[in-house]
Design a protein around this ligand. Structure first.
Ligand SMILES: [Zn+2]
Length: 274
């Protein structure tokens, strides 16, 4: 057997092992997510995911992409994560601070940490690629049960991930979608968690739009949502081959326009439409 064949075989065994470990974790925590969000989940999806025999095929590893994502009933982890992990392992500081903390418990829901901070933590703590996959699994479970993507969808998905993980002491790392979470927590402050969660699950922003416009003026929602979506989309498509550059672009996102409005620091434009 050639060296390359041997390495490939070792990786394949590793993936099978990781799929088993992640599927075990999924089996343990999925029922908690289904129970907690049953009022928001599409009934057919709720029935399908409640059936334990459907769980083993959900987790998959694939060659392309970055990080992890949900698509049509599967949670995909990119095999590229393994290459990133090998690179991080070669750093001198790898594993030198096994007890390091990334987030204090009181900052679990609302913090400014992001993936670049997490990469640093990954090196110092000496995480494995399986650790990373377990850390981000709860966010993908929220998508699996029906919480959507996009600026508001991702913010709500991650805010709800943090709340359920904190409530049930589920392992996760609350650093995904930092800026979208900040935006959604501000929206929740004004319109309530239920309106945001319902919008994220139904992909229907009608109620949010109506309430937003009644406070901030006719067309205010489509205008502000257009601005934040444009920023988010620009980041999403940038430097997909380079995680550091990708997340540096992320740090440049600024949702200030909508945030200032929500925090009452900017005048609503209600007069415009009289
Ligand atoms: Zn997501």
């Amino acid at each position: 057997m050639s060296k390359i064949e041997k390495t490939n075989l070792e990786y394949e065994e590793k993936y099978t092992d990781m799929i088993d470990r992640l599927t075990e974790q999924l089996k343990t925590i999925l029922p908690i997510f289904l129970e907690e969000f049953k009022d928001y989940i599409d009934p057919r999806r709720l029935e399908y995911l409640s059936d334990k025999k459907n769980v083993p095929n959900i987790i998959q590893f694939v060659d392309d992409g970055m990080g992890a994502w949900h698509y049509e009933g599967h949670i995909y982890f990119s095999k590229i994560n393994n290459r990133i992990c090998e690179k991080l392992k070669s750093q001198d500081e790898y594993g030198t601070q096994p007890n390091i903390k990334l987030i204090e418990p009181e900052d679990f829901i609302n913090n400014k940490k992001d993936y670049i901070d997490y990469l640093r933590y990954w090196i110092l703590k000496g995480l494995t690629v399986l650790d990373y996959c377990i850390d981000i699994l709860p966010h993908e479970i929220m998508h699996l049960i029906g919480s959507s993507g996009g600026v508001i969808g991702e913010g709500s998905t991650e805010a709800n991930t943090r709340r359920i993980c904190q409530k049930y002491n589920i392992r996760c790392i609350p650093i995904s979608h930092t800026k979208e979470v900040e935006l959604v927590l501000s929206l929740e402050n004004v319109f309530g968690i239920d309106v945001l969660t319902r919008s994220a699950f139904s992909r229907d922003f009608t109620i949010l739009e109506r309430e937003f416009n009644s406070l901030y003026g006719n067309q205010a929602f489509s205008r502000e949502y257009g601005i934040v979506t444009q920023m988010y989309t620009r980041y999403q498509t940038s430097h997909l081959d380079d995680p550091i550059k990708h997340y540096q672009t992320y740090r440049k996102i600024n949702y200030g326009s909508m945030l200032e409005l929500l925090r009452g620091r900017r005048e609503a434009k209600t007069q415009e439409v009289k």
